[in-house]
Ligand binder design. Sequence first.
Ligand SMILES: Cc1cc2nc3c(=O)[nH]c(=O)nc-3n(C[C@H](O)[C@H](O)[C@H](O)COP(=O)(O)O)c2cc1C
Length: 160
Amino acid sequence: MAAIDCVIVCTSVHHGNTRKIAEAMASILGGRVLEPGDEAHEAICNADVAGFGSGIFFGSHHRQLLEFARSLSPGQGGATFVFSTSGTGYRTPRLIGLDYHRELRRILQRKDYTIVGEFDCKGFDTFGPWGKLGGIAKGHPDETDLDNARAFARALIRAA
Ligand SMILES: Cc1cc2nc3c(=O)[nH]c(=O)nc-3n(C[C@H](O)[C@H](O)[C@H](O)COP(=O)(O)O)c2cc1C
């Protein structure tokens, strides 16, 4: 399939890390990147695929994005993907049973969305003590992360 009608709903408040990932995906998918709100609500109704992403805040996606997902009408759902950036990255916390995507995934599935892909990468983090140390995951998302995000988007198109 050459293109899909896609909307990406993104909250990116700490350093704009997740927005960079969302824009890289949108450059391939051809979709719009919107913040949670009325416009995103409307766009989702007409989209083939909806993406949801933010930084990770205390172990979950940003509250604003989670609230937006909760506000979607049940039964409205279609294909969706979720993504995140975080100081530690997704894999390390998974080793101790902490799943950064769990809450968003759970909400979307309850709204009858089918999760067709998940993406994550590190994002520069200066929260709390990390800030005093100059931050962690400096330079992320980097070019490799952006390449990976574009490759993820290409795979979504191939699978559509
Ligand atoms: C208040 C706060 C809480 C955070 N909590 C976590 C966390 O639980 N795990 C983690 O890996 N990173 C955490 N981070 C780091 C962010 O997830 C990371 O910097 C992310 O890339 C920010 O995305 P954004 O710039 O798009 O908002 C936190 C950052 C802030 C400011």
